[in-house]
Design a protein around this ligand. Structure first.
Ligand code: ZN
Length: 421
């Protein structure tokens, strides 16, 4: 089932492999997964045997997060998207609830091993190997991302170092003492550690960390954020794409020419968010193939992506999302008629090395969004430079207001930098 060589196979061979796995999974889902069978029957599929090829696949209904949330609310605590009896499941995790009610998700022994394999693609893509010592500065709670990364690093044969239950300074000391070569955390937290090191006079470039891998937030795909992490750590920074309800589907290679989608484990589609027609630029839709016990078929992720053209210079044929995840479609702000993604604001603010943290305040003025960007910065000249850079990059004037240093929140998990007032 697990075939790394698929990474360099022709698209036809990959499609064939996907179809074989999907078709096998569909038989199981139709028989015992109430959530999936109910949706498919409502869409006119009478039996799994009706699914004969990709045209039939494309007629299957999309899955929306709100359906999963509603299903769990009406069938607590785990909902009906379960293919097996509860005793088959060995782990429970939960989404952060950044966009709506949190979702609980169950994994079986097999799907947990699948998660570790998917993270193998992420870590190997970044150049991590058995000789590495991988540090996870993360308090191990219900959030799945770093648990799965930890398992992936272990499965790869690297030395895994759990860094939960410590403050940032202690974590830095442990990384040094244990000779950590890889750091896995959110991009925000990697930047926070840079800030802590600077305050304590620690030169992070002297630590043996050579690679940082990021999850939990899209920031590492933003060039200015990546450059800042790389400079602070004297390391190469890699992005990764994943979701609790879907799995770790995206990874970068040494070329860093976009986020490869792991097409041996996921079916990739991009659609126009309004018409649902296939598109090059639009909403990311994914189907996972290795989580039969709690699958998601044709999931509308709400993420805005753009498919890269051509084959990656690394030789992998898996398709790429140019620039990674460009933003959440539902996070898009419309400021005086101009579409503005918070990630685009971050891309500008992070170019200013003296700003450690920022926040985007959104005000509703009638039907319109108005935005104020708060930056931790003490000089007025710097503030007007930020204002000018935002205007040059986004094409509109945004209010930029200075706030005292260290007055904005810091985050170990998903940062919440957009605040609606
Ligand atoms: Zn590549």
């Amino acid at each position: 089932m697990f075939d790394r060589t698929l990474e360099t196979q022709t698209p036809d061979r990959v499609r064939e492999h996907q179809w074989r796995r999907f078709r096998a999974m569909a038989g199981e889902l139709f028989a015992t997964n109430q959530f999936v069978a109910r949706k498919w029957r409502a869409a006119g599929v009478a039996a799994a045997a009706d699914l004969r090829g990709w045209d039939d696949f494309r007629r299957l209904p999309f899955t929306k997060k709100s359906e999963l949330v509603d299903d769990q609310a009406s069938h607590p605590p785990f909902g009906t998207n379960l293919t097996y009896a509860l005793e088959r499941y060995v782990r429970v995790h939960q989404t952060s609830g950044t966009s709506g009610a949190p979702l609980r998700w169950l994994d079986t022994q097999e799907s947990w091993e699948w998660w570790a394999r998917c993270w193998g693609f992420v870590l190997r893509g970044a150049g991590v190997g058995p000789a590495d010592r991988v540090f996870f500065p993360f308090s191990f709670g219900l959030f799945i991302g770093f648990w799965a990364g930890f398992e992936g690093a272990r499965a790869l044969g690297a030395l895994t170092i759990p860094g939960g239950g410590q403050d940032s300074a202690t974590r830095l000391a442990w990384m040094e003492a244990l000779g950590a070569t890889v750091l896995v955390c959110t991009p925000s937290y990697a930047l926070h550690l840079v800030e802590v090191a600077r305050e304590r006079g620690i030169d992070l470039a002297k630590l043996p960390v050579r690679i940082t891998v990021h999850a939990g937030e899209p920031g590492a795909g933003i060039p200015a954020v990546r450059a800042r992490i790389e400079e602070g750590w004297g390391a190469r920074t890699f992005d990764h794409g994943g979701m609790t309800e879907m799995g770790g589907y995206g990874y970068e290679c040494a070329e860093q020419a976009g986020l490869h989608v792991n097409e041996s484990e996921f079916i990739l589609e991009v659609i126009d968010p309004v018409t649902a027609a296939p598109a090059l630029d639009g909403e990311l839709v994914l189907t996972n193939l290795g989580r039969v016990g709690s699958p998601v078929v044709r999931y509308r992720t709400g993420d805005h992506v753009h498919l890269a053209e051509g084959i990656c210079p690394c030789g992998r044929t898996f398709r790429r999302l140019a620039g990674g995840i460009l933003g959440r479609l539902d996070d898009m702000l419309i400021v005086r008629g101009v579409n503005v993604f918070p990630a685009a604001i971050e891309g500008v603010v992070r170019r200013f090395p003296t700003i450690d943290e920022f926040q985007i305040e959104v005000f509703r003025a009638g039907e319109l969004d108005e935005v104020r960007v708060l930056v931790e910065l003490e000089d007025a000249a710097g503030v007007s430079q930020v204002r000018e850079a935002l205007r040059a990059s986004l094409g509109i004037r945004l209010e930029v207001a200075p706030v005292p240093l260290r007055s904005l929140p810091r985050f170990e998990l998903k940062a919440r930098r957009v605040v609606r007032r």
